[in-house]
Design a protein around this ligand. Structure first.
Ligand code: ME8
Length: 638
């Protein structure tokens, strides 16, 4: 048998704030994947940790009035304590301020340097501190704001070492081509491929404007620089296995899955593979990018005060209920909304009704009919149909987890409970008892016990402690042996005496947490739907027909045109628009456009822009959205 290994990672979390529900979600999925892999008998290494360097952390520590290391220690400890309290089965918790990590990073830097992938140059560009990333001007929103987080960028000019990312364009594209399941869900592949096809610039990988980072290797004798936090951070996935030190766990490399949020897919699917190619190391098998969690349809933010704290939710509703809800509710890769209403529905209907009641029913029936003794001896003879149905569900289940589709995995798994409930209704053991057909009544009870046993084995990775309680009640232990006999071998439980357990999933009648501050919206159907806005919200945007009166090119800009637009006001509006590649200035004069007229004015290359033009873009280029026939300047659109 091959020596199967599995390496699963979460992102390492920035130590600039406490863990929220999004961090918990990533960690829950990775934990579930790692647990199931161990259950199958695969040697598994599950890594999590904290990302502690960079300007953002330095600034957060300053704000908190603490030495940076002390600040990082405290928040890192907060993450670790939370994961311990949450029974997260990590094998190693890495911190990027660990000495071994720093040594490994320097070794990797030298390896890339020695093979010619790193050179020294100068960098001038727009830098977003929040994302710790440079962006080319073409990607900025309104020439100033970060395309990822929307915050203003700063122009940074500094001497820098560069990684020859441009040299890896083709190799990366070939890799995506040959490994179609490298990026999960597959629907996210194209966005990565298009980004690479758009051209990769060499990557600035050192900074001289702050100190809080890994120093350059001593050999380079250049102590002005610290390493770019993303290079430092990504390398955690190999330094955690001992890269550059004792290498003791490097046999786990390559990772089977790096679990990340969609916000950091590009770093993992483009930069990281390029670094690994440069280091001559194999690439991870999958990057799993999940969607974004909102609360009651709103983005979570500290300033809104609507951040969902996982500990608070777990303490109130139960940790495993929360794990179940998050992994069941959202198709992997899509955004998810945390609402207490949806959460309570899942607890009451899936957990309490479907699973909890089934267990209670067989405890009750076996107590009445056989003093809690359960024996599978007649199950195959009397319930082959149900066994076949059950085996077919179980046989198709794991592929969903392999693709990280936890919602489908759980949805399928729940079919087992329907098979159990249906069997009870159809075979009505209480009637059989009255008809003196005790064997038949007990066979149905035993069938359901087996269904619950098998379901518990497969549900163990999602709800480890609850399923342990169920398996104890059913007289067996969930382990690799049980997985092999009950799932792979399609075996049945040996005779046992069922233990009575208190109800595992008490129903929840009303929300237990304070509503989010903004959640005082009307309880209408459409509020629940993702990405929908109300008509009032739509009308907050003022759209007007404008006539372009003057148009000129902006010197030194390939993209911008400066326009004077009449939108029916006393004064012309000056709009600086990135459309020069698609329209000449002359061709625009005296034409009409749609203008967003109540945008906050912004400065683009030092020029005030007092509106935005509506345009549509696809692979064939960009075109302005215009009225079908001329309208008075200032007519409203909507
Ligand atoms: O990006 N919904 O760390 P980070 C879903 N240090 N997931 C969310 C979320 C939300 N609202 N908010 C955060 C970093 N996450 C880097 C990673 S890895 C080498 C370096 C999750 O603390 C999601 O997985 O900002 C996201 O990718 C991760 O937290 C980012 O955590």
């Amino acid at each position: 048998m091959p020596d199967l290994r599995n390496y699963v990672t979460t992102p390492i979390y920035y130590v600039n704030g406490e863990a929220h529900i999004g961090h918990a979600y990533t960690t829950f999925i990775a934990d579930s994947v790692a647990r199931h892999s161990r259950l199958k008998g695969i040697k598994t290494f599950f890594l999590t940790g904290t990302d502690e360097h960079g300007q953002k952390i330095e600034e957060s520590a300053k704000k908190a009035n603490k030495p940076t290391q002390v600040f990082a220690d405290e928040i890192s400890r907060g993450f670790k304590d939370l994961w311990d309290e949450f029974n997260i089965s990590y094998d190693y918790f890495i911190r990027t301020t660990d000495e071994d990590h720093k040594k490994g990073v320097q070794k990797a830097f030298m390896a890339m340097y020695n093979n010619g992938d790193i050179y020294k140059g100068n960098y001038e560009g727009h830098y977003c501190i929040s994302c710790e990333t440079f962006f080319p001007e073409s990607q900025l929103i309104d020439g100033e704001f970060c395309p990822d987080c929307g915050k203003p960028t700063n122009i940074v000019k500094e001497e820098s070492y560069f990684f020859k990312l441009s040299a890896y364009e083709e190799k990366l594209l070939n890799y995506y081509d040959e490994h179609t399941d490298f990026i999960l869900p597959k629907s996210r592949r194209n966005e990565v491929i298009n980004f690479v096809k758009g051209g990769l610039n060499d990557l600035s990988i050192t900074r001289t404007t702050f100190n809080w980072g890994v120093k350059l290797p001593e050999e380079l004798n250049d102590d002005k620089h610290v390493l770019y936090v993303w290079l430092d951070a990504l390398l955690n996935y190999i330094t955690a296995l001992g890269y550059g030190n004792d290498e003791k766990n490097m046999a786990f490399w390559p990772a089977n899955i790096h679990m990340v949020g969609k916000d950091i897919l590009r770093f993992h699917a483009i930069y990281w593979p390029a670094f690994l190619m440069s280091l001559d190391l194999p690439l991870p098998k999958h990057i799993g990018a999940h969607g974004w969690w909102t609360r009651d349809g709103e983005k979570m933010s500290k300033s809104k005060g609507n951040v969902v704290l996982p500990k608070e939710v777990a303490d109130t509703y139960g940790l495993e209920n929360l794990r179940y809800f998050m992994l069941r509710e959202v198709p992997f890769g899509q955004d998810g909304d945390f609402s207490q209403r949806a959460f309570i529905d899942r607890i009451n209907s899936d957990l309490s009704n479907d699973l909890g009641n089934l267990l209670n029913r067989i405890i009750g029936m076996s107590g009445k009919y056989s003093e809690f003794h359960i024996d599978s001896k007649d199950v195959a003879r009397l319930h082959q149909k149900e066994l076949d149905e059950m085996n077919s569900v179980l046989g198709n289940l794991e592929k969903f987890l392999d693709e990280l589709q936890t919602h489908r995995y759980l949805e399928e798994l729940w079919k087992l409970f329907s098979i159990g409930n249906k069997a009870i209704e159809e075979h009505a053991p209480w009637v059989k008892m009255k008809e003196q057909k005790k064997d038949e009544a007990l066979a149905t009870v035993a069938l359901v016990a087996n269904i619950l046993a098998k379901a518990s084995v497969m549900l163990n990775c999602i709800m480890p402690s609850t399923t342990t309680t169920i398996s104890e009640a059913l007289g067996f232990t969930i382990n690799t042996e049980a997985y092999r006999s009950l799932i792979l071998g399609q075996g049945l439980l040996k005779p046992f005496v069922i233990a009575q357990v208190p109800p595992l999933f008490p129903r929840v009648e009303q929300p237990l947490l304070e509503p989010a501050p903004e959640a005082n919206k009307p309880e209408s159907e459409d509020v629940e739907e993702d990405n929908l806005i109300t008509i009032d919200q739509f009308f907050q945007t003022s759209l007007k027909i404008g006539t372009i009166v003057e148009a000129e090119e902006v010197p030194k800009s390939k993209k911008l045109l400066k326009l004077q637009v009449d939108i029916g006001e006393d004064k012309m509006r000056q709009v600086v628009a990135g459309i020069r590649e698609f329209y000449s200035a002359e061709s625009l004069v005296n034409t009409q456009v749609c203008v967003v007229s109540n945008l906050k004015p912004a400065k683009l290359m030092g020029m005030l822009s007092e509106g935005m033009l509506l345009a549509a873009k696809d692979e064939n280029g960009l075109c302005l959205v215009r009225p079908e026939s001329p309208r008075k300047a200032g007519s409203s659109v909507g």
